[in-house]
Design a protein around this ligand. Structure first.
Ligand code: NAD
Length: 397
């Protein structure tokens, strides 16, 4: 295919293309952040489900380049074709393989539907053949829908309040204006569907499949990600449909924890991560406005972290070999500790009440949010020549 000059194609919270060189540069900069912390261990087997973007990709990098881990990554991404670029997660993963191979690190990736029995079987086959028992399972899926492997029913998740409608302050990403979104409450079937997609059932299926095949090492840890957030996003997040799914994920993880403790002396854990700009979080009403305030407030206090800092902390302080996870009263790791600091949340709560279109530029960094969002797709990344045509057909090994 001829070389292409790639311009971003963005509508609202969706970007339909990606820049391969920008994605590679993003990947490399996360590798550099990890390498700058020094080697933290040697010889770990890690399976990451949802490994191509956001938290899952950062966890894969933290494991490989911090602990010399052999990694198997599972994700659902679009390769290039018909004149279209690949998705960002696809290019990220191509770049991950390049970096891993340059560093002599084993890596294998499976691109397909992680909810299906077939992909689980294929993944377990590769783990068995190439790795042996895994020390760490990271479960970082974020998906709008799931085809249930037993019933064949397609469940679609929704982002809605539960019980009563909510009027939510938000940012219109097309106009860049503060708006209010009126959201009706979810029906019971919408709540059930969201729990079916983003709840804990699939995490349980992955963990038990590994356990049943003898593919969890002694002391293995299985980690899934959750979010709580401040009062001002509770209506749409924690008390909404996605919050119901996270409660289900957390309850499932407690059951899995008992099982892993008894069977392999291991642990199943939930890590409550910080709010960050990712493809998944851009779709949640209120969250882009919240992030446009959170990033500058945390940066001003030298408390800001991107996914890679969060995942390095997760592995180095909590779930890496020989580490003991520090847990809250509900048994969860709290990587959102800095986000939830009283001084940070008081400042955001003040700005949140005050913010209007007139003072938006002073109280929130919307341009910064937009740049951060574009960077997810490889645009506005330092060191990339966007005027130059580039090869968009790049493939996973
Ligand atoms: P993301 O959109 O960046 O990544 C989602 C990953 O899931 C990608 O690798 C994608 O390819 C993969 N995926 C989606 N559907 C798939 C399928 N059917 N089969 C295989 N792979 C599939 O998401 P993220 O924001 O990093 O979220 C990951 C987890 O972290 C979620 O549980 C989310 O709730 C949680 N979390 C996110 C935030 C945040 O602010 N972004 C904060 C706290 C917790």
């Amino acid at each position: 295919m001829p070389l292409q000059t790639v311009e971003p194609r963005i509508r609202g919270f969706i970007c339909t293309n990606a820049h391969p060189d920008g994605c590679r540069e993003n990947l490399r900069s996360q590798v550099r952040v990890t390498a700058s912390l020094g080697a933290a261990g040697d010889g770990l087997n890690v399976l990451v489900v949802g490994a191509s973007t956001g938290y899952g990709l950062a966890a894969r990098i933290a494991a490989a380049f911090g602990f010399g881990a052999k990694t198997v990554g599972v994700f659902f991404e679009r390769p290039s074709g018909d004149g279209r670029t690949a998705s960002a997660g696809y290019y990220n993963s191509v770049a991950f393989h390049e970096a891993a191979s340059q560093n002599g690190l084993y890596a294998s990736s499976l691109n397909g539907d992680a909810f299906s029995d077939d992909l689980k079987r294929q993944t377990l086959g590769i783990v068995k053949r190439d790795l042996g028992p895994v020390d760490l399972l990271i479960y970082s899926l974020a998906s709008p829908r799931r085809t249930h492997p037993t019933t064949g029913v397609v469940h679609t998740s929704v982002l809605k309040p539960v019980g009563a409608s909510e009027r939510i302050k938000s940012l219109d990403l097309n106009s860049g204006e503060v708006t209010f979104v009126e959201m009706p409450p979810a029906t019971q079937s919408e709540i059930d569907d969201t729990v079916a997609v983003m709840g804990g059932e699939d995490f349980g299926l992955w963990t038990r499949a590994l356990l049943d095949e003898g593919l969890l090492a002694q002391g293995a840890r299985a980690v899934a990600f959750s979010y709580t957030g401040p009062e001002l996003t509770q209506g749409i997040y924690r008390r909404g449909t996605i919050g119901r799914a996270k409660e289900h994920l957390e309850a499932t993880t407690r059951d899995l924890n008992d099982q892993l403790r008894r069977s392999v002396g291991g642990q199943a854990l939930v890590s409550v991560n910080k709010a960050v700009v990712t493809q998944a979080s851009a779709a949640i009403p209120a969250v882009p406005l919240y992030l446009s305030m959170l990033y500058p407030v945390m940066r001003d206090r030298a408390a800001h972290e991107d996914p890679i800092e969060q995942m390095n902390r997760l592995l180095r302080d909590h779930v890496g070999p020989g580490r003991d996870a520090t847990l809250d009263d509900d048994g969860r790791i709290r990587l959102d500790d800095r986000e939830m600091r009283v001084d940070i949340q008081e400042e955001i709560a003040r700005r949140w009440v005050e913010v209007t279109n007139e003072n938006l530029g002073r109280l929130a960094d919307v341009d910064g949010y937009r740049s951060e969002f574009r960077r997810l797709f490889g645009f506005e990344v330092d060191g990339v020549d966007y005027g130059a045509a580039t090869e968009v057909d790049r493939y996973l090994p």
